[in-house]
Design a protein around this ligand. Structure first.
Ligand code: NDP
Length: 300
C-alpha cells in the first residue's frame, strides 16, 4: 500500500531498454576505436557441445557482429585435454587482434576450471573471473566488472534509484553473482555506497532479513522462492534467477520463471525486473562493454 492507502504496482525495469541505452553508448566508443585503427575483438572458447552453452556462445558472437566488433568463436571437442585448452588460452593471450576472451563454463569434468581461469591474461579477462580482477574489484580499482552483477547495478542506476545508504540484501553467494554483487554495492561512490547483507542457504531468519531490504537482489536458482511476505512495501526487487518449470499451457510444455514470485511481489515492490526480459539481456551487454574497455585500454 502507498501512504494514501492505494495499492502499489511496481514499475518494470526491462533489460532490453537498459541494454539498448548502453549499446548506443558502446556503438559510439567502437566507432571511435575504429577511427583510431582498432576494431575491438572478442573471442569465446567453447569446449564440448553442451546445448545451453552453444546458445550462449552463438548469442555472444551475434552481438559482437551486430556492434561491428570482431568475433572469434573457437570450438574444441569435448575430449580436448587441459594442455590443449591451456595452449589455446596462451595463443589468445598473445593474439593482438583479440582484446578480450572467455572460456565458456562449465567445462568438461576432466578439465580444472580454476587452472584455465588463472591462465587467462587479466588484461583480456572480460568475464572478470581471474583472481587478480576479482581482487581489483574488491579494492575498488577494477578494470572489468563481472557481467551479471554489473548489469544489475546498471539497471538500478539507470532507473534513477538512489543506492546511497540503502539496505541492499543479496540472496545467494556464488562467485559469479552473489559475492561480486555484494562487493560492488558496498564500494564507495555513485551507484553503490549501500549497506549490504548477504544471505544464503545457511542463513537463519532469511525472510526477516529480506523484509528489511530497500533493494533486494535474488540469485539462487529456486523458482518463485521469494514470496510477497518476504518483501518490504516499496522495495526494489531484482530477480537474477532463471528457472525452467513445467507449464502444459505453454507451447514448449515449460517456461522460464525467476526466483521471485513475480505476480504477488509486483503488487508490493516499487520496481521489479521480470523473468524473462529483466536481468537476462544485461549479461551479454556488460560482456560487450568489457570487451570495448579492453580494446580502449590497449589504445590508451
Ligand atoms: P549457484 O547455484 O552457483 O548459487 C546459488 C546460491 O544460492 C548459493 O549461494 C546458495 O547458497 C544459494 N541458495 C540456494 N538455495 C537457497 C535457499 N533455499 N535459501 C537461500 N539461499 C539459497 O547459482 P548462480 O549464482 O550461478 O545463479 C543463481 C541464479 O541466477 C540461477 O537461476 C541462474 O540461472 C541465474 N543466473 C542468471 C544469469 C542471467 O544472466 N540472468 C547469469 C547468472 C546466473 P549456498 O552457497 O549456501 O549453497
Amino acid at each position: 500500500m502507498t501512504a494514501s492507502g492505494a495499492k502499489m504496482t511496481a514499475k518494470l525495469i526491462l533489460g532490453k531498454e537498459v541494454s539498448a541505452e548502453i549499446y548506443g553508448e558502446l556503438r559510439k566508443r567502437i566507432e571511435d576505436l575504429k577511427s583510431r585503427g582498432v576494431t575491438p575483438g572478442l573471442a569465446v572458447v567453447l569446449v564440448g557441445d553442451d546445448p545451453a552453452s552453444q546458445v550462449y556462445v552463438r548469442k555472444k558472437g551475434e552481438m559482437c557482429e551486430e556492434l561491428g566488433m570482431k568475433s572469434l568463436i573457437v570450438r574444441m571437442p569435448a575430449e580436448t585435454t587441459q594442455e590443449e585448452l591451456l595452449a589455446k588460452v596462451d595463443e589468445l593471450n598473445n593474439d593482438p587482434s583479440i582484446h578480450g576472451f572467455l572460456v565458456q563454463l562449465p567445462l568438461p569434468g576432466h578439465i580444472d576450471e580454476d587452472a584455465v581461469i588463472n591462465a587467462i591474461s587479466p588484461a583480456k579477462d572480460v568475464d572478470c573471473f581471474h583472481p587478480s580482477n576479482v581482487g581489483r574489484m574488491l579494492i575498488g580499482d577494477p578494470d572489468f566488472l563481472p557481467a551479471t552483477p554489473a548489469g544489475v547495478q546498471q539497471m538500478i542506476v539507470r532507473s534513477g534509484i538512489d543506492t546511497s545508504g540503502k539496505h541492499v540484501v543479496v540472496v545467494g553467494r556464488s562467485n559469479i553473482v552473489g559475492k561480486p554483487m555484494a562487493a560492488m554495492m558496498v564500494q564507495k561512490g555513485a551507484g553503490a555506497d549501500s549497506t549490504v547483507t548477504v544471505v544464503h542457504s545457511r542463513t537463519r531468519n532469511l525472510a526477516e532479513i529480506t523484509s528489511t531490504a530497500d533493494i533486494l537482489i535474488v540469485a539462487i536458482g529456486k523458482p518463485r522462492f521469494v514470496t510477497a511476505d518476504m518483501v518490504k512495501e516499496g522495495a526494489v526487487v531484482i530477480d537474477v534467477g532463471t528457472n525452467r518449470v513445467d507449464d502444459p499451457t505453454h507451447p514448449k510444455g515449460s517456461r522460464l520463471v525467476g526466483d521471485v514470485d513475480f505476480d504477488a511481489v509486483k503488487e508490493k515492490a516499487s520496481y521489479i525486473t521480470p523473468v524473462p526480459g529483466g536481468v537476462g539481456p544485461m549479461t551479454i551487454c556488460m560482456l560487450m562493454a568489457n570487451a570495448v574497455r579492453a580494446a580502449e585500454k590497449v589504445v590508451g
